[in-house]
Design a protein around this ligand. Sequence first.
Ligand SMILES: [Zn+2]
Length: 312
Amino acid sequence: MFNLTDPIYSDKDKVREALEALLWPNGPACPHCGNADPGRITLLKGKSTRPGVRWCNECGKPFTVTVGTIFEDSKVPLNKWLLAFRLMASSKKGMSAHQLHRSLGVTYKTAWFMAHRIRESMMPDGSFGPLGGENKVVEVDESYVGGKAKNRAHAKTPPKKHAVVALVEREGKVRSFHVANVTAKTLRPIIVQTASRKSHLMTDESTLYPKLGREFAGHSAVNHSANEYVRLGGFAHTNTVEGYFSMLKRGIYGVYHHVSEAHLRRYLAEFDFRHNTRTALGVTDTERTNAALLGTVGKRLTYRRTDEARHT
Ligand SMILES: [Zn+2]
């Protein structure tokens, strides 16, 4: 566990300096015009100036490390943001807004809002390459998540379940997607765009996959009903993707209790992110937290402030 008394969680300057070191590894860069020439950037000093404000001599505008990030315009102090990132990144099944609210000393609504911005930062960027490749196995499966019926004993209709398709490269990374419905037509574009066609595709025996499987270097279909989980010397199975769904469900039912359809893609991003930066891949809690913090760039809040208090 990390040290809560570390000054980066309490000292305002240390917090900002830690973020600057992470987001500006080569020194300050102007988010307005891209100027990164240290001779053309001036650190502003003075009683009326907030610490950390730079002046860009190229475009004539001031900036700080938080401009253009999810922290810009937020009233939550940076140290609470950094602590929230640390907590979300290091808890295996996620952290509820209630837990964050208690840990950070912010209102429940603020905690809820922060958690969603953190999930947004965990979304994969354009550098996320295809899963699989030559001599690699990509397991695909679909599952349904949503509120549990027992939590809604008096509801007239059972809670809606949402379809999720996940692709997992064995010993590698995962991408999961919320789909409106599970058909060969909805799954095909997701699967061919996410997995390299040089991969061996591993699915269940659903009728969704035979045609799609022929687009890949190889395809095995595992028959769950015949208890034929492991065949061909342990090669033919979908245990990895089933393990992913098991973790996702433990998080969604155990920590979050319910997720709405509108926010499901963010929860999926959170679980994908933690799987893709898991300890077994040699990633430490600090490195995972930093990876999430790097995702704050270019995701400035576009909500109005009143939306900080809105939740469903
Ligand atoms: Zn500039």
